[in-house]
Design a protein around this ligand. Structure first.
Ligand SMILES: NC(=O)c1ccc[n+]([C@@H]2O[C@H](COP(=O)([O-])OP(=O)(O)OC[C@H]3O[C@@H](n4cnc5c(N)ncnc54)[C@H](O)[C@@H]3O)[C@@H](O)[C@H]2O)c1
Length: 299
């Protein structure tokens, strides 16, 4: 899709991070936007920013939990009714979980797969008929650099993002064969400066094995966030314009892709070696003492 002007784009997870930046940049390109998120405050902020940046485009919002199949289908119908057509769906909403496989509860596994994988499946299948009916459409599914290589403590996240990759690569080939005017792109971001670490779930099973404690784990996670969400959205939209099958976002995503191709199995020993080196560091480091409570709050 070379030009977004006067198209209609639906975006999940539009209340924060890359979803918000995609919404803003699409609107600035003259694209009408249908925004959804389970976080209504974040959604309202995105809507306000879109209205300010691009007052001429039509913007709608819906509170949608992407893990709820009926809610995603109802949203697709509502978007088509409100905007008259739909040309793009960005299945972007996602969450993270730090846990060993052994320590992951089924509740956590079902939570992350429900959002990161099933949310993408529902969004793809609910919107595809509308995209076909519009005659020109694009499905943009967010995987991750963790859909290219695996890490300890990320088994469930890895599973969800590898699944999105396989699902979308197969879908793209089917759409090519159908010649139906609809295409698909898989997105593999590296570390992007967003709220994903802050909102992630962390299981105690990683403490002492991969991180000292939850706080140090979140800080460590965020050290890898090197690309802004604004830049990431630009890269993603350029890839959609160029009808790319997949897009790597950030220099770290290119490095990870090269590592997984050059050492498709052996890279795992390098990852383990690095995790051991980090463990030696946090075991050796003194445990930070908590800041003293202000006067009057002491027990
Ligand atoms: N930030 C990174 O480093 C990074 C790297 C690779 C892939 N990703 C992926 O990029 C996508 C966007 O994440 P982000 O980094 O912008 O994070 P973010 O936390 O800033 O935004 C994610 C949004 O998804 C929403 N969301 C969460 N659960 C939802 C649900 N059940 N239903 C509807 N919305 C829900 C959140 O409310 C939030 O607004 C995710 O799929 C994530 O896995 C992020």
């Amino acid at each position: 899709m070379k030009d977004f002007r006067n198209k209609v784009a639906a975006i999940t997870g539009a209340g924060s991070g890359m979803g918000r930046c995609l919404a803003l940049q699409l609107a600035q390109a003259g694209c009408h936007v249908a925004l959804s998120d389970c976080n209504e405050a974040g959604l309202a902020q995105t809507l306000a920013e879109v209205r300010r940046a691009a007052p001429g485009v039509r913007a709608t919002t819906h509170r949608v939990d992407v893990a709820d199949r009926a809610a995603v289908y109802a949203w697709a119908e509502a978007v088509a009714a409100a905007h008259g057509r739909v040309n793009l769906i960005f299945n972007n909403a996602g969450v993270a979980l730090s846990s060993t496989v052994e320590g992951a509860s089924y509740d956590d596994l079902e939570w992350i797969l429900g959002i990161n994988f099933w949310g993408v499946v529902y969004g793809t299948k609910a919107f595809l008929p509308h995209l076909k009916a519009a005659g020109e459409g694009h499905i943009v599914n967010t995987s991750s650099v963790f859909g290219l290589f695996a890490q300890p403590g990320m088994g469930a996240y890895n599973a969800s993002k590898y699944a999105v990759r396989g699902f979308t690569e197969s879908l793209r080939q089917e759409l090519d064969l159908m010649d139906c005017g609809v295409s698909a792109t898989t997105v593999h971001p590296g570390g992007i400066k967003t709220n994903i670490a802050r909102d992630s779930r962390v299981s105690p099973s990683v403490n002492g094995l991969l991180v000292r404690d939850e706080q140090q784990g979140r800080e460590e996670f965020e050290k890898f966030f090197i690309t802004t969400a604004d830049k990431a959205a630009r890269v993603i939209l350029a890839a959609v314009r160029a009808n790319r099958r997949r897009v790597l976002v950030g220099p770290d995503a290119y490095a990870a892709d090269a590592m997984a191709r050059l050492l498709p199995a052996a890279y795992q020993s390098l990852v383990v070696k690095e995790a051991r080196r980090k463990r030696r560091q946090f075991v050796a480091a003194p445990t930070p003492t908590p800041a003293p409570a202000p006067d009057g709050e002491r027990a």
